[in-house]
Ligand binder design. Structure first.
Ligand SMILES: NC(=O)c1ccc[n+]([C@@H]2O[C@H](COP(=O)([O-])OP(=O)(O)OC[C@H]3O[C@@H](n4cnc5c(N)ncnc54)[C@H](OP(=O)(O)O)[C@@H]3O)[C@@H](O)[C@H]2O)c1
Length: 338
C-alpha cells in the first residue's frame, strides 16, 4: 500500500504535571501488511480514557510499559482492510487497541467484533470499556439493593452516567456529583437521577447532608480528593465505597510525597459504619464480559440506558481530545472521528 499512515507518537512522560502539546509528536509511516494471525484495520473512531496519561507515565502496573517514540496507545473502532485471521474478514468492524493512527496492524485475538445492532462508536463507550466498568463496579463491588442511596462522583462522565442509570434500574435513589449546572441538569432531567450536586458551586458535604439524611449506602468514586472525603463523611451503616478512579490526582506524581495530597481525613468513619472500601480493575472481570455486554445492549435498546458522546473530528485533534478530559471539557464519552 502506498498510502501513508498518519500517527501520534509519545514524545515525553507527563508525570507530575498536566499534559501539554509537546508530549506528542505527529509522524507519518508506511502502512504495513498483516502477517499470519494479524489484521490491518482502518480506524474510524478513537475513544479517550483518563488512564491513558498514566500509560504514558509508566505508572499503571496493569499494562505493558510504553517507550518514548511508541505510537500513542488508545482504543479504537475500525474496519478490517486485510485479514490473515480465519475468523475475521475484510469489511468486519472491530474494536481494540488500534492506537492513535489511521491504520494499524493488530493481532486477531486483541480485537473484538462490534455488534451490528448498535452504532459502532458505542463499542468505545456504553457497550465497551465504559459500560463494563460501570456494570462491574456497581453490581459486583457496590452490590446495590432497592432503596439504597447511591452517590456517584464524576457522575456526568462516561462511566458515572452509566453507573447512575444502572443504579436506577436496581431501585436505588441516585445522587450525582458533577461540574456545572448544564451537566447537573442533564443528570436529573434526562437520565432520571434523583438529584445532582454541582461540586464547582455547591458545598458537597452540606448538600449530601440534606439529600441523604440517613447516609450514603454506596459511594461510587471516580474523582478522589475532597469529594471522596465528603462522601466518606456521610456513610450509612455497612456502606460500600467503590474506588473506580481518582481523576483529581492524575496530574500528581504518586511517587513524590511533596506533590501527593494527604489521604482522606474522614476515612475513620468506616470503623463506625462497618463500611468497606474496595477498588477494582476492569480487566479482572474479562471472563464475564459477555454477560455484561448482553445486558448493557438490552438496556440501551429498551431505552433504559441513555448515553452521550462528545465527538471531535480529525486525527490531528487527538491530543486535545485527551487533554479536555482532565479539565471536564468533555460532556459524555470523549471520542474522535477520523
Ligand atoms: N477501575 C477501572 O477499571 C476503570 C476503568 C475505566 C475508567 N476508570 C476511571 O473511571 C473514571 C471516569 O472515566 P471516564 O472515562 O468515564 O471519564 P469521564 O468521566 O467521561 O471524564 C472525566 C471527568 O472527570 C471530571 N474531572 C476531571 N478532572 C477533575 C477534577 N480535578 N476533579 C473532579 N472531577 C474532575 C470531569 O467531569 P466534571 O466536568 O463533572 O468535573 C470530566 O469530564 C476515571 O477516574 C477513570 O480513570 C476506571
Amino acid at each position: 500500500m502506498t498510502q501513508k499512515n498518519r500517527q501520534w507518537l509519545i514524545a515525553a512522560r507527563p508525570l507530575g504535571r498536566e499534559l501539554q502539546d509537546s508530549d506528542f509528536e505527529f509522524h507519518e509511516a508506511d502502512v504495513n501488511d498483516p502477517s499470519d494471525g494479524e489484521v490491518l484495520v482502518k480506524t474510524s473512531y478513537l475513544g479517550f480514557d483518563p488512564a491513558l496519561k498514566s500509560w504514558m507515565e509508566n505508572i499503571a502496573g496493569y499494562v505493558n510499559p510504553t517507550e518514548i517514540g511508541d505510537v500513542m496507545r488508545g482504543t479504537g473502532v475500525g474496519t478490517i482492510l486485510k485479514s490473515k485471521v480465519h475468523e475475521l474478514g475484510e469489511g468486519d468492524v472491530v474494536c481494540g487497541p488500534l492506537g492513535w493512527q489511521e491504520f494499524s496492524v493488530v493481532r486477531g485475538e486483541d480485537v473484538e467484533k462490534v455488534p451490528l445492532d448498535a452504532p459502532a462508536s458505542a463499542a468505545l463507550g456504553v457497550l465497551g470499556t465504559t459500560g463494563r466498568t460501570a456494570y462491574f463496579g456497581l453490581l459486583h463491588i457496590g452490590k446495590p439493593k432497592p432503596g439504597d442511596v447511591l452517590v456517584i462522583s464524576g457522575a456526568a462522565g462516561a462511566t458515572g452516567s452509566v453507573v447512575g442509570q444502572i443504579g436506577k434500574i436496581c431501585g436505588c435513589t441516585v445522587i450525582g456529583i458533577a461540574g456545572g449546572p448544564e451537566k447537573c441538569a442533564w443528570l436529573v432531567d434526562d437520565l432520571g437521577f434523583d438529584a445532582a450536586i454541582d461540586y464547582k458551586s455547591d458545598k458537597v458535604r452540606k448538600q449530601l447532608r440534606e439529600l441523604a439524611p440517613n447516609g450514603v449506602d454506596i459511594f461510587f468514586d471516580n474523582v478522589g480528593g475532597e469529594v471522596l472525603n465528603d462522601g466518606l463523611g456521610r456513610l450509612a451503616q455497612n456502606a460500600r465505597v467503590v474506588i473506580c478512579g481518582g481523576i483529581s490526582r492524575y496530574n500528581y506524581d504518586p511517587r513524590d510525597p511533596e506533590q501527593m495530597p494527604p489521604g482522606p481525613r474522614n476515612y475513620f468513619n468506616v470503623v463506625h459504619t462497618g463500611a468497606t472500601i474496595q477498588g477494582f480493575l476492569l480487566p479482572n472481570f474479562r471472563n464475564q464480559f459477555a454477560v455484561a455486554d448482553a445486558r448493557l445492549l438490552k438496556w440501551v435498546q429498551k431505552g433504559d440506558l441513555q448515553y452521550k458522546e462528545d465527538i471531535l473530528e480529525g486525527l490531528e485533534n487527538a491530543p486535545q481530545a485527551l487533554m479536555r478530559i482532565y479539565k471536564g471539557g468533555n460532556f459524555g464519552k470523549q471520542l474522535l472521528r477520523l
